[in-house]
Design a protein around this ligand. Structure first.
Ligand code: MRU
Length: 347
């Protein structure tokens, strides 16, 4: 049974700084780093101190507020040009999570208006993006838990929890919510090579006293074959207009396996993760990270014959997805048409 512990905050606005929980150090160390400029925030995103699509978007929004804070005071004549440069820097921090570009677009649109107090206005909008995300997570938690009612087991992949969002989580928010209602057997994949499952999801669940079992990523097929799970529940980095979903590498494998074994696939993401400008998932930029993240040290020398191919996301076609859960409602068997209902409500 869960306790009423408030989930961890990956990002905290202090009034003058953004405090970022360095997720590279979890679960052994809980260390916050303070950033007072956009460059620091962009670096925190690129180096995975903060990660997870919604959290990246929120951090970037605060990064813009910090840019305005810095340049409006110190470069009154050219502050807008300098803020635009910082926004471009933030946009280059990671390519796949559309929440980053969504948040930067909101901040850019705000800054295009005449503002009495640009510092106050940008801080207020960044805080709203943050609090709206938490509210969306709580709504999705309930909607997703409704779908899970009566199920006995599920598996999640990567970390789509409080650490990856404004708080509470998307996929992990649904898991939090269902565990408040009924017993559920939970499995999580390690999520190589960064081990977001083994380090981060395991830690979040342990914090709240939710029992869960870790599996090697390669054990997923056998787990499904055992009949222990009815659902896979994951987050998303970008969802296209027809419902193709980019998410952590390995999600596509799970989706293919799920089809073979009659397991259902739930994708939980706020509408800020939907990229209406792209219809087909093939158009999504998939981040390739350094071979160093994957290669054993033994092979990391000049002239080594062994390198690594390290895409960190993949795309699951809509046809393999049972349900997309957003704060605006649930879309079953997503298609271009069925997702349109969510678009119409966009602010
Ligand atoms: O590389 P990461 O750790 O940023 O990847 C995160 C994921 O793939 C998550 O599943 C996704 O961003 C959703 S987080 C609510």
């Amino acid at each position: 049974m869960t306790s009423a512990i408030t989930p961890v905050q990956a990002l905290q606005w202090t009034g003058t700084h953004l405090a970022v929980l360095d997720q590279r150090l979890l679960p052994e160390q809980l260390v916050y780093k303070n950033y007072n400029n956009a460059k620091g925030v962009a670096d925190a995103i690129t180096t995975m101190q903060v990660r997870g699509a919604p959290a990246i978007g929120i951090a970037a929004a605060y990064g813009v507020a910090l840019a305005v804070f810095q340049h409006y005071q110190h470069s009154p004549k050219e502050w807008q040009q300098k803020v635009a440069e910082d926004i471009a820097l933030l946009a280059s921090s990671r390519p796949t999570a559309v929440n980053l570009f969504w948040a930067l677009e909101l901040m850019t649109t705000l800054l295009a208006q005449p503002l009495n107090d640009p510092i106050e206005a940008t801080i207020t909008l960044a805080k709203k993006i943050h609090s709206d995300d938490i509210a969306a997570n709580l709504t999705m938690g309930e909607l997703g838990a409704d779908l899970l009612t009566g199920a006995k087991g599920l598996m999640t992949h990567c970390n789509a929890g409080a650490l990856a969002t404004g708080g509470y989580g998307t996929a992990l928010g649904v898991i939090r919510s269902i565990c408040l209602r009924q017993a559920m057997t939970i499995y999580m994949g390690e999520t190589r090579p960064w081990l977001q499952g083994a380090r981060l999801t395991a830690w979040e669940l342990a914090q709240e006293g939710i029992p869960a079992s870790l599996i090697a990523d390669s054990a997923a097929a056998w787990l499904m074959k055992s009949g222990a799970i009815e659902w896979i529940v994951v987050g998303a980095d970008r969802i296209t207009a027809r419902g193709d979903v980019a998410n952590k590498i390995g999600t596509y494998s799970l989706a293919v396996l799920a089809k073979q074994h009659g397991v259902k696939l739930m994708v939980v993401a706020p509408t800020s993760t939907i990229d209406w400008s792209i219809e087909n998932g093939e158009a999504i930029a998939i981040e390739q990270r350094s071979a160093h993240e994957l290669l054993p040290n033994y092979y990391q020398h000049e002239g080594s014959f062994i390198t690594a191919w390290n895409p960190v996301f993949d795309v699951t076609p809509a046809e393999l997805i049972t349900a997309i859960v957003t704060e605006r409602g649930v879309v079953l068997n997503p298609t271009l048409q069925s997702l349109q209902g969510l678009k119409n409500e966009i602010l």
